[in-house]
Design a protein around this ligand. Structure first.
Ligand code: ASC
Length: 156
């Protein structure tokens, strides 16, 4: 391949990679489904470790670490699904504040991600007391965002 063509191809790839998240979704409904799915998977795997922390499930250090790793990965995904215009499209519980107070929403998302990162570290360490503390902090960060940005009832 000519060097010029290679440069052009790489530039095209680079442009694709930096497209806004909106381009991942054909319609608002796709973005809503995506974020709901990501939250669902994240909550499921967090719940497995939370159950251990609360003594509702036997403590299994390996399972805790594996689940925490999934939570950490998932925690980075949902927010790409809050695209412009995806306040409508199918029933959901995101409040208008998600879009009206986007800086505050972003800060709440980043707080959750930071607590989840600490939680993943704690789970890797295998100390149940440290895991309990981290589970509490993650849960608080979930709740704080829900209080401000999640409605009680589904829209539509
Ligand atoms: C969970 C879960 C949440 C949070 C929240 C904490 O396990 O699914 O949304 O914790 O309930 O208050």
């Amino acid at each position: 391949m000519h060097k010029k063509m290679l440069v052009a191809a790489l530039a095209a790839l680079g442009a694709l990679a930096s497209l806004p998240a909106a381009a991942q979704f054909q319609k608002a409904e796709d973005a809503i489904k995506y974020r709901q799915a990501a939250f669902t998977v994240m909550a499921n795997h967090f719940g497995r470790v939370a159950a251990m922390a609360q003594g509702k499930a036997p403590f299994d250090a390996k399972a805790a670490a594996d689940n925490a790793q999934i939570v950490a990965m998932m925690s980075r995904l949902p927010f790409a699904g809050f695209t412009e215009g995806s306040d409508k499209g199918m029933p959901h519980r995101a409040k208008p504040e998600v879009w009206k107070e986007s800086a505050k929403f972003k800060a709440a998302a980043e707080k959750m991600q930071a607590e989840v990162a600490k939680f993943e570290t704690a789970a890797k360490g295998g100390n149940l007391d440290a895991i309990k503390a981290a589970v509490g902090a993650v849960g608080n960060s979930c709740k704080a965002c829900h209080d401000d940005f999640r409605a009680e009832k589904f829209s539509n």
